[in-house]
Design a binder for this molecule. Structure first.
Ligand code: ADP
Length: 193
C-alpha cells in the first residue's frame, strides 16, 4: 500500500491536486473537509456539531475527525493506497493516523507540502467563494482558517519532517506544473496505474 498525505494551508490546491493524483495513481481519496460537509448537508448529529466550528473557521475537535477517518479507511480495505487531504491537521491527528495505519500493517510513506504565498491563498479562496457556495469562503472566516493553520496545523509538518517523510513543493505555479512536481515525488514510490 502507498499512503500519501497532501499537506498545505487552505486554498493551497490540495483538493484539485488530489483529484489529479487519484486519477493517475488510482488511490482512494479521503478528504476530511468533504466528509464533514457531507455530514453537514445530511444534517447528522456529527454534522450539526461540526458545523459550529467550520462556520467560524475553527478546527473540528480531533476525536470527531479521527473516528470519521477510521471508518472511511475500513470501507476500502483493498485500496492501492490512500491520499489524505486536509488530514491530519493537528499533531494529535497525525499520531492517531500513525496508530490506525500501524494497526492495518501499513504506514504513511510520503507527505507533500504545498507552499503558496499568503496573498495568493486569500485571492484564490475569495475567488472560490464566488462560485463554491461554501459559507466559509469569506474574508472573515478565511483569515481565521489561515490563523488556525499556522497555530495548529503547521506543527504537523515538523512531525513528518522528523520522520524524514516531508517534501516541500512550490504550489504557486499553474495547476499542471504543480501536478508535475508532485508526480516527480510520488514516482519514487509508485508508478501511474
Ligand atoms: P480548507 O483546507 O480549504 O480550509 P477543508 O475543506 O479541508 O478546507 O476544511 C473545511 C473546514 O472543515 C475546516 O476549516 C475545519 O473546520 C474542518 N476540518 C476539515 N478537516 C479537518 C480536520 N482534519 N480536523 C479538524 N477540522 C477539520
Amino acid at each position: 500500500m502507498f499512503n500519501l498525505v497532501l499537506f498545505g494551508p487552505p486554498g493551497s490546491g490540495k483538493g484539485t491536486q488530489s483529484e489529479n493524483i487519484l486519477k493517475t495513481y488510482k488511490l482512494q481519496h479521503i478528504s476530511t473537509g468533504d466528509l464533514l460537509r457531507n455530514e453537514v448537508s445530511n444534517m447528522t448529529p456529527l454534522g450539526t456539531e461540526a458545523k459550529k466550528y467550520m462556520d467560524q473557521g475553527m478546527l473540528v475537535p480531533d476525536e470527531v475527525v479521527i473516528g470519521m477517518i477510521s471508518s472511511k479507511i475500513d470501507e476500502t480495505p483493498d485500496a492501492r493506497g490512500f491520499i489524505f487531504d486536509g488530514f491530519p491537521r493537528t499533531r494529535a491527528q497525525a499520531e492517531a493516523l500513525d496508530k490506525l495505519l500501524e494497526f492495518k500493517n501499513t504506514r504513511i510513506q510520503l507527505v507533500l507540502a504545498l507552499e503558496v504565498p499568503e496573498e495568493d491563498l486569500i485571492k484564490r479562496l475569495l475567488g472560490r467563494g464566488e462560485t463554491s457556495g461554501r459559507s466559509d469562503d469569506n474574508l472573515e472566516v478565511i483569515t481565521k482558517r489561515i490563523k488556525e493553520y499556522h497555530a495548529k496545523t503547521e506543527p504537523v509538518a515538523s512531525y513528518y519532517q522528523s520522520q524524514g517523510k516531508l517534501e516541500r513543493i512550490a504550489g504557486h505555479h499553474p495547476i499542471p506544473d504543480t501536478f508535475k512536481l508532485l508526480c516527480k515525488e510520488i514516482n519514487n514510490y509508485i508508478l501511474p496505474a
